[in-house]
Design a protein around this ligand. Structure first.
Ligand code: SF4
Length: 246
């Protein structure tokens, strides 16, 4: 087999060591819309992570490359903000006691400060058929919607909206999504196709974490949220999960 090229050597150096989870993260949000219909991160995958089970399928070089490209877009975004002389904070961290055993720990890509009001920016990228589907649907991926809902509700700066510019890495078009919350706890998302209502609430997200904490307390392996879908294709525990008797 070929040895690594310098680019590959560099990408390998960006690999983060595996660590057990100690708090809930917005990116691990999950929602059960109806019995058996689930969006967001699989409870079983989260269970393995909290238990510090060794990953059987860690990200390959293409996964590391995608991750790195996300950082480059963030750097470019910040350079643009500087040129436009905008007032912002990059990577705004916050923690929230969500009433469970473990707290919620989050980090928003950017907070924009504008005439006494703040809003958040969460950048995403995609490519190929994935972003073409997102464009056709006129909605961000479900797990990104869940993440933004949490930012909107729990960021202590009370952002009045969360912008979610999503860039195509292969052709460089931008989908200008924005999430806005309502007083009744529901959300609406604006896109190039107009505004669409999201009927999910943050309470529905917390229910999933209550379930997870129960599974952890009783050391019970959660059922599979997904069966051979694209979620499983990108799961760091897919071989381990496949080898389980249930
Ligand atoms: S392989 Fe699929 S069902 Fe199993 S833990 Fe991963 S995402 Fe969940």
């Amino acid at each position: 087999m070929d040895s690594l090229s310098p680019v590959e050597t560099y990408l390998e150096s960006t690999r983060k060591p595996q660590r057990a989870q100690t708090h809930h993260r917005p990116s691990s949000a999950r929602i059960e819309v109806e019995k058996g219909e689930v969006y967001g991160q699989c409870l079983r995958a989260q269970f393995y992570s909290w238990k510090n089970e060794p990953e059987t399928n860690p990200p390959d070089l293409s996964g590391l490359f995608n991750f790195y490209m996300g950082h480059i877009i963030e750097d470019m975004y910040e350079e643009g903000l500087k040129l436009e002389k905008k007032n912002y904070t990059r990577e705004y961290p916050f923690q929230v006691d969500i009433g469970l055993k473990n707290i919620l720990s989050a980090r928003m890509d950017f907070i924009m400060h504008e005439e006494g009001k703040d809003y958040g920016v969460e950048l995403k990228t995609g490519y190929g058929q994935g972003i073409s589907r997102t464009k056709a649907k006129g909605l961000p991926k479900e797990n990104y919607i869940l993440q933004m809902m949490l930012y909107y509700k729990y960021c202590p700066l009370n952002p009045y909206k969360i912008e979610n510019p999503t860039y195509a890495r292969d052709s460089f078009y931008r989908l200008p999504f924005v999430l806005i919350g309502r007083d009744d706890g529901t959300f609406t998302i604006g896109s190039h196709k107009g505004f669409r209502d999201i009927p999910w609430t943050c309470d529905m997200l917390l229910e999933s974490w209550v379930k997870l904490e129960d599974y952890l307390k009783t050391d019970t392996l959660p059922p599979k949220d997904y069966q051979g879908t694209w979620n499983c294709n990108y799961c760091a525990y897919r071989d381990k999960c496949k080898g389980e008797v249930k």
